[in-house]
Ligand binder design. Sequence first.
Ligand code: LLP
Length: 429
Amino acid sequence: MPHFSYQHGQLHVENVALSDIAKQFGTPTYIYSKAALVENYSAYANACAAGNRNPSETLICYSVKSNSNLAVLQVLNQLGSGFDIVSAGELLRVLAAGGDPRKVIFSGVGKTRDEMRLALSHDILCFNVESIPELHRLNEVAGEMGKRAAISLRVNPDVDAKTHPYISTGLKDNKFGVAYDDALECYRTAAALPHIDVAGIDCHIGSQLLDDAPLLEALDKLIALFDQLTSEGIHLHHIDLGGGIGITYDDEQPVAVGDYLGRVFAHIDAWRKAKYQGAPLTIMFEPGRSISGNMGVMLTEIQYLKHGETKNFAIVDAAMNDLARPALYQAWHGVQTVAEKNSQAQSITYDVVGPVCESGDWLARARDLAVSEGDLLAFFSAGAYGMTMASNYNTRGRAAEVMIDGDRVHLIRQREDAKDLFALESKLS
Ligand code: LLP
């Protein structure tokens, strides 16, 4: 991961030693590199700017669910990013970070009336509608408010994204989006509703995609639908291809963001030129993991080394409540010792596990580590779906978050203490 390297025998984030962070803020702690965040976003922004493409013809809407810390959103907002949200909470975060609601799109299958009202009151750019009942509800809520809601239909293109079943979302039997064969009819319904403005079309076929072939296949299906809609007089102003480009956790080699976007633009430009005399259209993306994933590590301290009959365990102070991905998806995260060498210890194969009372509470399996109790470990590629999926299981306070900017250390979220955890509870009177 760029910006994470050993210097003087100690793992650093940019110019700061992780051991210093542990001393200052304790463990477990999520640590993000601002430079990595900026670079990851810039890969998208630069691809959009290539070939002098008009800035109004592209919009990157960072997927807030991957990492929603206010400082992360603030940095991305300053870089010009829009935001893809899935809840009122995420919208309020974007606003608190200074984000522009006119660059916000609202995805998700279960939007409540209150969430629609909040989003409409801020005039967000677009609702990515996922069902006919949602369309009718949105029409009703917008009508009550004397507003019109801009919508895009999330179409399920029935394309196999070839990723983990839990994070593959574009197949027929997923709960997401409207079926491809029903989409035309849904658009006709939408176009006839008095408080709905049909604005675009979108899809999101899955997460952690290494190859862009399924995404380009999905694009072709959206284009076919777009043409049909145009011939019926339903005019769309944008195509949104969702998120999904994967990152390197181990030895995966995902397609480069610039190559993927370049292929999308080439494809769209050729189609627009042939059929629409090059009339402008906005292309949108909703990347999450490829922006936030490899900007961060989770830092944890080994509490005990336990040598069992068949396995050795390194028991650390982080757990499945801090980093849920291994327990949920058998996800693999790189683990490195913060001290480059421990001359007191032999290399042994360990399962790295947390203190939570579940056998599923593991963070890494069968890793060769030369470690002693008290050593610090860094879990790599933890910037996306790490802290945002953390819970308070076992009444464990969530980790602190720190952002490094060169030599500067910013505490961007304090560690939760036990009092925070039961502050909203009350005993019977
Ligand atoms: N747009 C929509 C509608 C989505 O559902 C998602 C992710 C994204 C964009 C962003 O996708 P990305 O660029 O990050 O792949 N917790 C899982 C990942 C769940 C992804 C859910 N949707 C994990 O830790 O792997």
